[in-house]
Design a protein around this ligand. Structure first.
Ligand code: ADP
Ligand code: MG
Ligand code: MG
Length: 252
């Protein structure tokens, strides 16, 4: 079962310190929700974990199953089972969604261990069916302009196809109507198992009505300032973030 440990992680963007010492431990089978006001460093955490070059780690450690993640190249992190739903490289022309997924899977599996096309197609069919996606979606070009809802569904399709050890979802609920939200939540819930741990970043509690987190962490000003269970998310939904700030004496 996977274990991701983050110790005292400090991250800067262009010399400005954004994360000021993050501590988290995520085990397989657990769903951790990260909540917090806009601009507090939630996406920075996701990007730094995946090794985005713009995010400079200036201190702390990250280990996946005891291995030093910060020493790994980006593709190695993916191979070891870290997953962040991918953005769309808009400059890619003539690549279908299915091509894109297959190359992501093969990048993870590594050279000499590529998935057979037959097996891939069978799996893709099954997962798209599960997410209620139209078959034509597989053969659409990435640059053809997916709608917001289609992109989110596609992120969940990536998740189901790649079966990561630690899955990071950043604002996967933003801009979704309730039906699309349920599809996304069902996809995540279908992946709840001891071999996968989740880090779900969300500004709103709404998603957590459908994906019950085991732990909720509030990030403010680059730190985890409060942790609790699902009831913490409910209180944030009802009362906003001001009470946390007051409790901790944080000024805006
Ligand atoms: P959140 O996801 O919690 O809304 P972010 O991690 O996106 O917050 O951003 C944290 C802070 O870092 C913000 O103050 C934001 O303005 C700044 N920031 C984010 N991305 C960049 C960037 N590429 N260049 C400069 N500053 C950035
Ligand atoms: Mg933001
Ligand atoms: Mg963000």
């Amino acid at each position: 079962s996977p274990k991701l440990t983050i110790n005292d992680l400090h991250v800067s963007i262009e010399e400005k310190e954004i994360l000021k010492g993050i501590d988290l431990e995520i085990n397989g089978g657990e769903i951790h929700a990260i909540m917090g006001p806009n601009g507090t460093g939630k996406s920075t955490l996701a990007q730094a974990l995946m090794g985005h070059p713009r995010y400079e780690v200036t201190g702390g450690q990250v280990h996946l199953d005891g291995e030093d993640v910060l020493e790994m190249e980006v593709d190695e992190r993916a191979r070891k089972g870290l997953f962040l739903a991918m953005q769309y490289p808009s400059e890619i022309n003539g690549v279908t969604n299915s091509d894109f997924l297959r190359s992501a899977i093969n990048a993870k599996r590594g050279e000499g261990n590529e998935v057979s096309i037959m097996k891939f197609m069978k799996q893709l069919d099954k997962k798209m069916d599960q997410l209620g996606m139209d078959e034509s979606f597989a053969n659409r070009y990435l640059n053809e302009g997916f709608s917001g809802g289609e992109k989110k569904r596609n992120e969940i399709l990536q998740l189901l196809m790649l079966e990561p050890r630690i899955a990071i979802l950043d604002e996967v609920d933003s801009g979704l109507d309730i039906d699309a939200l349920k599809v996304v939540a069902n996809g995540v819930n279908s992946m709840r198992n001891p071999d996968t741990g989740f880090l779900i970043i969300t500004h709103y509690q709404r998603l957590l009505n459908y994906i019950k987190p085991d732990y909720v962490h509030v990030v403010m000003q680059g730190r985890v300032v409060k942790s609790g269970g699902p009831e913490l998310a409910e209180r944030l939904e009802a009362e906003g973030y001001d009470w946390v700030k007051e409790e901790l004496g944080i000024e805006d």
